[in-house]
Write a protein that binds this ligand. Structure first.
Ligand code: ADP
Ligand code: MG
Length: 687
């Protein structure tokens, strides 16, 4: 139940004091700055403190509140230290149990005291009990609240009690005028916004907490619609802004693009030809291209990107290719150099860790226009980088908020065309109709000759099987990746784990050449490790998830992932995509720890059953539940907190039309709605 420390805090009216600086910072991190931010911070669930039930009528499995007198208190040390309190009312007796408790808590709970206990009822070894109940001391007549108690998403240092008071204040002094036109509300049966907010934050007693939590009540529906509309308005606004800036049309004579296609050791697949045509069309227009090139891992996006770059260059402009990590940027640089350098294209490398003299030379070449294609990391979008005539920006696997806007904005009058590459699927119909601001090209089929990667789920206890498989692959002249456990997204600890693991692996496989790759290595070390693996000087590459994106070593045919249940499905799919790139049958081994929870099992089974990134994304969404739209979130769209594009699909057409109408009839109102939903967060995100 709640984490509140026990104390006589109910009902009292305390002044809401100005938050201290540190509190304000913590709140800002949660996106809570203005009144509207607080109003839109909706409860996760509710606790019913409005009723007291007799102990005799308690049912295991449900939350309840009881009131009674403390009959006995005991600190037991059997098995583990715990605080046991017997609470008695007119009809019965109940055990309250704490495994974690403070001395101050214990001191308040003396025999004879009258208290209210609120918690989940369960049947324990000594009858019916509550574990870690929330306690209120009942000194005099303590009135019961007349509203359900909301429980908010909180973080350390921001208490529920404080949030409730602050949100209560926001409900009183924030203008909650409904912006959705009355006629539309009537047509859709939507209730008034202010009424919905009051009801969600302070539901009157008698409402069913469980029904509210299911988020399907009229009040929730009202907020969900509002959110979809606000998101659509924000997307429209971004699109309109972009339409205002022009772009230089890039139509080349085919000098480079034709030569490149001829030089390839393979011919483009039908899908690659189709998306290249779409991109070619966009590039020759006077509005900046804003296109997402989507294709599952290994579908051959890089060559299409190289063609686009060649087109920009033959049209007399510069192109930039930005990748999220230095390893990936470096690999692009190597591969695209191989393709374009023989054709006379001048390439330049720019990354955060470039040496100063190198960096200065690169910047000078970029500014003078000598550099025709610049490949690098986020270093490309820093202030000091000035392009002479950037015509095309390509962003590979980018998941970061606002990068594309910044790239586009830097260029003054004419914006560069923008091509984004991603293996993260956004359902296509959705991206095209709803996302409004983005055109989408899809590569559906993989290049010919690929064999689907076989996926195996193996218990971590049976790791000899894995060692055997590695020996087999290496004996056959192939290579393996061994991915270390994910460590709470902490690069440093993860790197340490990787170092430890490489030592263990060397001990277990003494005859094999084992390499190491992790995020804390220097750029040169990483490059050496990758080069060694690509040149087959390394048999097994022990690595953290830095190998996740884009790495392409076709001779690698085995991917082993440790503690697979800790990874997200999208990451696992990406990792698996590192093998199956050559002609050999490839295998991905997901090592899991037992016992595996029901959910973890279901998630891993998805990977076992399908290789289709789109299907995996759909299952991921379903297993994670509403509110987590993978693709949209990764694309830095205004994220949906309450609405759900799949569940609320039947509204989307109406939302689009309503956004059109509102923008046409009442632009200030549209602006106000965008402000309500996004201004606070945007400020915080620095967007
Ligand atoms: P993605 O970036 O979409 O994951 P890549 O561009 O890295 O995929 O391509 C994966 C591999 O497929 C590369 O080794 C590439 O050379 C190869 N490839 C790309 N297009 C074709 C094609 N049309 N025919 C054969 N192989 C191809
Ligand atoms: Mg790629």
């Amino acid at each position: 139940m709640r984490a509140d420390v026990p104390g006589p805090s109910a009902g009292g009216v305390e002044a809401v004091s100005a938050p201290k600086n540190t509190l304000a910072q913590r709140l800002a991190r949660m996106g809570l700055v203005r009144g509207w931010d607080f109003l839109l911070h909706l409860p996760l669930r509710y606790v019913d403190e409005t009723r007291i039930v007799p102990i005799l009528s308690l049912q295991p499995g449900a939350p309840a509140q009881v009131e009674g007198e403390i009959a006995a208190v005991q600190v037991s040390v059997r098995k583990r230290r715990q605080l046991l309190v017997r609470l008695r009312d007119e009809g019965g007796e109940l055990l309250l149990r704490w495994l974690h408790f403070y001395a101050s808590q214990q001191a308040q709970l003396t025999p004879g005291r009258r208290v209210r206990a609120l918690g989940q009822v369960r049947s324990g070894p000594m009858g019916i009990e509550m574990m870690h109940p929330q306690i209120r001391l009942v000194d005099d007549a303590l009135p019961l609240p007349d509203r359900l108690t909301p429980v908010y998403p909180a973080s350390e240092g921001v208490s529920q009690a404080w949030l409730r008071r602050r949100i209560g204040k926001a409900l009183q002094d924030t203008d909650m005028t409904d912006i959705v036109p009355a006629e539309l509300r009537r047509a859709l049966g939507l209730i008034d916004l202010g009424a919905a907010l009051r009801l969600l934050h302070q539901p009157p007693s008698g409402l069913d907490a469980a029904a509210l939590e299911a988020q399907q009540t009229p009040a929730w529906r009202r907020l969900q619609f509002e959110e979809l509309l606000a998101q659509q308005l924000a997307l429209r606004q971004a699109r309109a802004r972009r339409r205002h800036v022009g772009a230089t049309p890039l139509s080349g004579n085919g000098r480079l693009t034709e030569a490149l296609r001829k030089a390839l050791p393979f011919s483009l697949t039908a899908d690659q030809c189709k998306v290249w045509q779409e991109i070619e069309g966009d590039l020759s227009a006077t509005v900046p291209m804003n296109r997402l090139l989507q294709g599952d891992v290994g579908s051959g996006k890089t060559i299409v990107a190289a063609l686009a770059a060649a087109r920009a260059i033959e049209a007399g402009h510069q192109a930039a290719l930005m990748a999220p990590t230095e390893i990936l940027a470096d690999q692009h640089f190597q591969r695209i150099s191989q393709l374009l350098q023989p054709l006379g294209v001048r390439l330049v490398w720019l990354a955060g860790r470039s040496r100063e003299t190198q960096r200065r030379a690169a910047l000078a070449d970029i500014a003078s226009g000598t550099a025709e294609l610049v490949v690098g990391t986020h270093a490309l979008i820093q202030e000091s980088v000035r392009f002479a005539r950037l015509g095309l920006a390509i962003v590979d696997e980018q998941h970061r908020f606002g990068v594309e806007q910044r790239l586009a904005l830097r260029q003054g009058q004419n914006a560069p065309h923008l091509l984004m590459l991603s293996a993260t699927p956004i359902p296509r119909s959705l991206a095209m109709t709803y996302l409004a601001d983005l055109d989408v090209s899809v590569i559906q089929t993989l290049p010919p000759g690929r064999r689907a990667v076989r996926t195996k789920l193996i218990s971590g206890a049976r790791r000899e099987q894995v060692l055997e498989a590695i020996r087999r692959e290496v004996a056959a002249g192939r290579q393996a990746y061994w991915v270390c456990p994910l460590v709470e997204e902490n690069d440093e600890i993860e790197a340490m784990a990787a170092v430890r693991m490489v030592a263990e692996t060397r001990a277990m496989l003494p005859d094999l050449r084992i390499g190491l790759l992790h995020g804390q290595m220097s750029a040169a070390e990483k490059r050496a490790a990758m080069a060694g693996f690509a040149a087959r000087d390394i048999d097994v590459l022990v690595a953290t998830t830095v190998v996740e994106v884009g790495i392409d070593v076709p001779n690698a045919s085995l991917m082993v992932i440790e503690h697979a249940q800790r990874f997200g499905l999208a990451t696992l799919h990406q990792l698996r995509g590192r093998v199956g790139r050559g002609s050999a049958q490839s295998t991905c081994v997901l090592l899991f720890d037992e016992p595996l929870s029901e959910l973890a099992r279901a998630r891993l089974r998805v990977l076992y059953e399908t290789n289709d990134g789109f299907e995996i994304a759909r299952c991921d969404l379903r297993l994670r539940g509403p509110g987590e739209f993978l693709g949209a979130r990764q694309w830095g769209l205004p994220m949906l907190r309450f609405a759900d594009l799949e569940r609320d699909a039947s509204w989307l057409e109406t939302v689009r039309q309503s956004a059109d109408r509102l923008l046409h009839d009442d632009p200030p109102a549209a602006q106000a709605m965008i402000q309500r939903w996004y201004a606070g967060a945007a400020q915080y995100l620095g967007a």
